[in-house]
Write a protein of this length. Structure first.
Lengths: 72, 471
């Protein structure tokens, strides 16, 4: 029988996809991997998207070096 | 939102009402794109036009513009479609009211909007064009000040307007603070800004009218605005000739700097450049044309030096270097507070402010809902003449970097959707896939995995489809 899942269809670049997969365990949401750039978040809502956005943001901040923002 | 987009949102009855006024019709014709204008004049003297012939108005290569022009006219209800029984019987015609008004406008040259031939002379000093420009600029900047500076105290009319347009909001302690819409608003051009507020004013008026609080109506004011846009710059018009309602509007428009009056009780009012170019959509480069006009008008005046310093400031003040440093040659606190929305300001000298664009400063702006394009456009529009002459008002490297900073915040896009897998047979999968594509629910699929993703709306129809055909 056909299985039906409701949720969010996510499109992103491959590194981000890996990262979302990685944090899925910590943030407790189920991921179905579709391909390199697409994921399906089972039963997800806006709240989870916000969490993911925040985590990606944190990751980016860690990887940025700025003379001006730190010195002044 | 611009006025003609706004007009298309009105219903047919309101538009009919507006088209009763000949000046409104003329203002609309004046502001349409050339192709749409041409179509109106093509149809002006005929009653109906078979739709099949209208298709030949355009060459195949410019079919897109043709459709766009027609759509615009349909949206404004200027062209009406008569449905025939068959495709070939369909015909189009101009809105009769509109047609009649444009026809009569073409033959009557000497129509006057508000007569100014009266014997009463303005006892106050008559403002010249420069005074009017300065006045409208000052008034409008003041409105923007209310937004960018919390300490400023706007008049009740303006603050109500800013509140109901969601540009500011009232905090718990009763003070007003700017919203993210307000930030976006500040970076737009004057033309869009004025229309945004006017449209809010129009809607408020309509709401009040429904509640019976005021006699004025939206259509009335729109007609009045269009009428004002035909007035001549630098001429005074008698307030006494207006109706009571129009006088009320006048006081409001005065606060935007659209109209100049010495005091609320003045006998004369003077239209400013803002209102005259309001419906022609040319205010976009208002600041630039002001500067050009000033060069022309001041070329034989004694104080050329003084006015040319003003020009420099008005025609743009931003120099942005490839090292992300930004120099703003301005003394205006408004301009500096605008810049500080997305620039980290470092120091300020009497006629110069220096800042630097950093990842953090751009991020703050992005979080407020300002887009990278808005920032780049803002810098481009306000670039210092020297930067423009160098051919690069904004260095590519900085523009690219701002776009990149925006993109890194939008690394994922998502849609609410439904996923189907474990289809019993390949036929079942392909049939469902075909159905989803036909009904426009399709988002993603993979033949190997036999997995299909459709949008939310597709859930019920597809469920039923599978049940009906394969259960």
């Amino acid at each position: 029988m056909v299985h039906v899942y409701k949720g969010l269809f996510l499109e992103c670049d491959p590194p981000t996809k890996q990262f979302v997969e990685y944090i899925s365990k910590q943030e407790h949401f189920e991921v179905i991997v579709l391909d390199e750039t697409h994921l399906f978040l089972q039963a997800a809502d806006e709240k989870i998207i916000n969490t993911i956005q925040r985590r990606i943001d944190d990751l980016q901040n860690q990887n940025t070096y700025s003379v001006f923002d730190k010195d002044q | 939102m611009k006025v003609f987009q706004y007009l298309t949102t009105l219903d047919a009855r309101d538009l009919e009402d507006l088209y009763k006024d000949s000046w409104t019709c003329q203002a609309i014709v004046r502001s349409l794109p050339p192709r749409a204008k041409q179509y109106i004049f093509k149809m002006l003297m005929v009653d109906t036009y078979p739709l099949t012939i209208a298709k030949d108005w355009s060459q195949h290569s410019s079919n897109h513009q043709h459709k766009e022009a027609l759509k615009k006219l349909f949206d404004l209800k200027i062209i009406l479609l008569n449905r025939g029984k068959q495709q070939s019987e369909q015909s189009i015609q101009l809105n009769p009211l509109f047609q009649e008004n444009i026809k009569s406008a073409l033959v009557e040259f000497d129509k006057v909007i508000f007569s100014n031939s009266s014997n009463i002379k303005d006892t106050n000093k008559i403002p010249n064009i420069n005074d009017l420009d300065n006045y409208s600029k000052k008034q409008w900047e003041q409105v923007l000040y209310f937004l960018s500076d919390d300490a400023a105290q706007p008049s009740k009319f303006i603050s109500d307007l800013l509140l109901s347009s969601n540009l500011t909001r009232r905090d718990q302690d009763g003070s007003l603070s700017i919203t993210s819409d307000g930030f976006k608003f500040l970076l737009k051009d004057v033309y869009t800004q004025i229309w945004t507020l006017l449209i809010v004013y129009l809607n408020d008026l309509e709401k009040k009218r429904r509640e019976g609080l005021t006699q004025g109506s939206r259509n009335d004011l729109l007609g009045f605005l269009f009428r004002l846009s035909f007035l001549q710059l630098g001429k005074g018009y008698l307030v006494g000739e207006l109706t009571e309602l129009q006088k009320e509007y006048l006081i409001c428009l005065k606060q935007f700097g659209l109209i100049y009056m010495k005091s609320d009780a003045s006998l004369f009012f003077y239209p400013t450049r803002l209102i005259i170019s309001l419906t022609t959509g040319k205010t976009l480069s208002l600041i630039q044309t002001l500067a050009v006009d000033k060069i022309n008008s001041s070329s034989n005046s004694a104080n050329t030096v003084a006015s040319s310093t003003i020009e420099k400031k008005e025609s743009g003040y931003i120099v942005l270097e490839t090292n992300y440093r930004l120099y703003a040659y301005t003394a205006s606190s408004l301009q500096i507070s605008l810049l500080s929305l997305f620039v980290k300001m470092l120091y300020r000298l009497p006629n110069l402010a220096v800042g630097i664009i950093t990842r953090e400063s751009i991020r703050t702006a992005l979080i407020h809902g300002i887009t990278a394009d808005q920032i780049i456009d803002f810098i481009r529009h306000n670039a210092h003449p020297n930067a423009v002459n160098n051919g690069q008002p904004i260095p590519d490297v900085v523009a690219e970097q701002i776009l990149l900073w925006e993109q890194e915040r939008n690394r994922i896009t998502y849609t609410k959707s439904v996923l189907y897998n474990s289809f019993p047979t390949t036929d079942c999968y392909h049939a469902t896939l075909k159905f989803a594509k036909e009904q426009d629910y399709y988002i993603w699929s993979n033949d190997q995995l036999k997995t299909l993703v459709v949008n939310e709306n597709g859930n019920d129809p597809i469920r039923n489809f599978i049940k009906k055909n394969f259960a």
